[in-house]
Design a binder for this molecule. Sequence first.
Ligand code: ADP
Ligand code: MG
Ligand code: ZN
Length: 508
Amino acid sequence: MTQVSTGEALMAYDEVVAAYDPVMGLEVHVELGTATKMFCGCATTFGADPNTQVCPVCLGLPGALPVVNAIGIESAIRIGLALNCEIASWCRFARKNYFYPDMPKNFQTSQYDEPIAFNGHLDVELEDGSTFRVDIERAHMEEDTGKSLHVGGATGRIHGATHSLVDYNRAGIPLIEIVTKPIVGAGERAPEVARAYVATLRDLVKALGVSDVKMEQGSMRCDVNLSLMPKGVAEFGTRSETKNVNSLRSVERSVRYEMCRHGAILAAGGAVTQETRHWHEDTGITTAGRVKSDAEDYRYFPEPDLVPVAPAPEWVEELRASLPEPPAQRRKRLQTAYGFSDLEMRDVLNAGLLDLIEESVAAGATPAGARKWWSGEIARRANAAGQDVSSYAVGLGVGPALVVELEGLVTGGRLNDAMARQVWEGVLDGEGSPTQVADARGLQLNRDSGALEAAVDEVIAANPDVAAKIREGKVQAVGALIGQVMKAMKGQADAAAARSLILERLTQ
Ligand code: ADP
Ligand code: MG
Ligand code: ZN
């Protein structure tokens, strides 16, 4: 066991998984991308001046009456359906009563024992290609809180601050909270399962188009519950709940950390405290938050100011029928259709290029060409600019049609590959379409067969050793001669034509 800076002991991971079975519970909050808030017409624009997107309803002023956002309900149902949940035919909102300065109403409008969606599952794919099913307890609707800002201290935390400010712009923005059933049986793969679940959920919600699910901006946040059971014991242990774990990597690391921390406590004969924990991204550890019992009294009661939600079965079926293809399935389908290797596909996904490639192929590009042009120079430039390729391309006004045009110049025999690269750089530099750039830069393969023949003969004559090798059957030596032909023709030779001509001269 090793000591960490908090003084808490950690058991080695291998020892933990040898002696205990982990149980996890993941609670994920997704902020919907609706134009207005959940119960009022206030705008939801991110980054607006503080307290400019508020009204009597979301400020909880006396007498204000909420009205539910229909798109919020629709989004919740679509998320529920995508998670294979049952959809309630009738459910209500509830008041969750507690005081906190960022919550002006003194209660959060949420759902309690009547969630809109329940009893679902999500299949997640692990690194080794196997599938792990995570059962979903519920997905319910609620509203976000405002944001507190602590001023005057060094850290931005309340400790050491001289005063605090509150911004209520976020108060009332619709949230969907998705809660898993206890995840058992993941064993040593628990950290990986947690990460894969959150990643799969993020992709799914993104494909639904109901949220931008940016963990780093807080539009998707995850609380990680974890406990350990000694091997052979079926009863769950006491859990800790690590709050606001805001990246996929942190989800994985925090599960692993808590497993090691719980393991050390249990192995020493101690008892785990049921509490919330704070995750520290920089040090990779958790520290104690507040002690939390299972019987927290929020004095939940049905919200009297909102009518119950009773989605018509026909509408639910319509929404079910219009669900997008699940992302994992789409990725598999496209990989097969495009003939990408696993490695190529992984690079495409990591660079976020699949949509662009799909659009380019639909516009007439070859899959290999689309992959090549979107992952080369433009990806490098987007990366240097700190942007993803699609938004960078939109900013430049560069779209699939230009990739199709560029490929056409190559297949049509006007440009060789090296020329096409130059043209693409010109396009990215804002010099115009591929044809315009090729015209302006005078890029054009030399189609004069006499010139090519002359260059080939000259190069063969100047390189008798290489020519002899090729005559003996060492065809791979041809590359050296092609390079020289290219040089002799100032880069304007068609490499494929040069190759066949050289081979014709030397092997026939
Ligand atoms: P809370 O209000 O305390 O956050 P929830 O029921 O909303 O409680 O969420 C608790 C999460 O933890 C759920 O995902 C649940 O499946 C999971 N869970 C419950 N008991 C345990 C346990 N002993 N160990 C690990 N996870 C647990
Ligand atoms: Mg919780
Ligand atoms: Zn409002």
